[in-house]
Design a protein around this ligand. Structure first.
Ligand code: GLA
Length: 389
């Protein structure tokens, strides 16, 4: 079952106020249900979810809230403060409109297909998850929306089912070619832990992770609807198809061993893409092992991941490479890398919390001098996944 917020928790109450107020201002009265879900950063395991490998994201502090109340009509009427825009769809026949409301229409369609149709509702969305920064604002919206509709329908969905419905809404209905990492992180993450998720089986464990993480937003916006992400996915599919000619039992690219990769002699570009996926899988395993052994976040493994994303997967940009190099000049910073899909968005740095706090504004100042973008930064710790109250 989706975890319920403890009533009376001061931080939660104050965080819920903006969405309650927005609901009252928009529709009058009070909502029946409040659901919230966080954005995420991935510590390690990049571009492996859609290749059947393991990932290690954490939920961040910023969340998306949905306040909802059943209505008598057959329409879902919504307003998003993040988009400053209203939207609506027919609850009995959710259809695509090309706007932000499609994420909720997709969720309604998925719940209707698997369970019962969503009834007419009034709802508002309030969020402090930055949009277009690679922190999974859309997954947070789909997960919070799924949990909110499920509670209105009194569907006993567990967090994994919420994540899967949210993923189908985004991938199949909206048409974003994403893997399952973001929705699982947003639904299943736990405070003080990273989520170690096997993206083929969806088996998962919570790995204790209490360290501070600096998130540095390059200010270069990106969208997965752009072509580069889809191109990488098809390159991975082509690499797997060639490998299967020799090893037909291979299910995923993440399963391939370094020895198979050497023997296969793939065309150079596909070999580099596949090498990233295969080696990233091994890096995730070592990183998790070190956390279990109490050795903390291994900065050298994060740096190796960044180099692989830059050189083999070619999804970094000059701004993110610059950040990683600059961050590593500070004493007490142990590792850094781009996080999320790349081609813009955010990087993370780990290390001593004092060092991260001291370094962030200095690096931001230098960044503004070097590039024509406005960076932002936050220090975060692993937070909770979806909540309903
Ligand atoms: C985006 C996608 C995820 C994942 C990452 C790269 O965030 O939504 O599914 O593929 O890129 O690791």
């Amino acid at each position: 079952m989706v975890r319920c917020a403890r009533s009376g928790t001061p931080a939660l109450t104050s965080a819920a106020d903006p969405v309650r107020d927005l609901f009252t201002r928009t529709f009058g009265g009070k909502p029946d249900v409040l659901a919230s879900a966080p954005g995420r950063v991935n510590l390690i395991g990049e571009h492996v979810d859609y290749n059947g490998g393991a990932v290690l994201p954490i939920a961040i502090r910023q969340r998306t809230w949905v306040a909802i109340r059943r209505s008598s009509g057959g329409m879902v009427r919504a307003f998003s403060s993040a988009q400053s825009e209203a939207g609506s769809f027919d609850a009995t026949r959710p259809a695509r409109s090309g706007g932000w409301i499609d994420y909720l229409a997709g969720v309604a369609l998925e719940l209707g297909r698997d369970h019962v149709p969503v009834p007419g509702c009034d709802l508002v969305v309030w969020s402090d998850v930055p949009l277009g920064s690679g922190l999974s604002s859309s997954a947070a919206l789909c997960v919070a929306g799924t949990a909110a509709f499920a509670r209105v329908l009194e569907l006993p969905l567990d967090a994994a089912k919420v994540a899967l419905a949210a993923h189908r809404a985004e991938a199949d209905f909206v048409g974003v070619p994403c893997g399952i990492m973001d929705q699982f992180a947003s639904a299943l993450a736990r405070t003080g832990h990273a989520l170690h998720l096997d993206c083929e089986s969806t088996a998962h464990e919570d790995v204790p992770f209490a360290e501070a993480v600096l998130i540095f937003d390059s200010g270069v916006t990106r969208s997965l609807r752009g072509s580069a992400f889809a191109v990488r996915r098809s390159e991975c599919d082509r690499a797997l198809a060639l490998l299967r000619e020799r090893w037909p039992a291979l299910r995923t690219l993440a399963q391939v061993t370094p020895a198979q990769l050497r023997d296969a002699a793939l065309p150079p570009l596909l070999a580099r893409r596949a090498r990233h996926v295969v080696e990233e899988g091994r890096r995730v395993a070592s990183f998790v092992e070190n956390l279990h052994e109490g050795k903390g976040a291994s900065g050298d493994i994060l740096l190796a991941s960044h180099r692989s994303l830059r050189d083999d997967y070619e999804c970094s940009i000059a701004e993110l490479d610059w950040f990683v190099e600059r961050a590593m000049e500070f004493r007490g910073v142990s590792g850094a890398r781009l996080t999320g899909a790349g081609w813009g968005g955010c990087a993370i740095a780990v290390g001593d919390e004092g060092a991260l706090e001291e370094m962030a504004p200095l690096v931001a100042t230098d960044y503004r001098a070097a590039f024509p973008h406005q960076p932002r930064h936050w220090i975060t710790r692993a937070g909770d996944g979806v909540r309903v109250e």
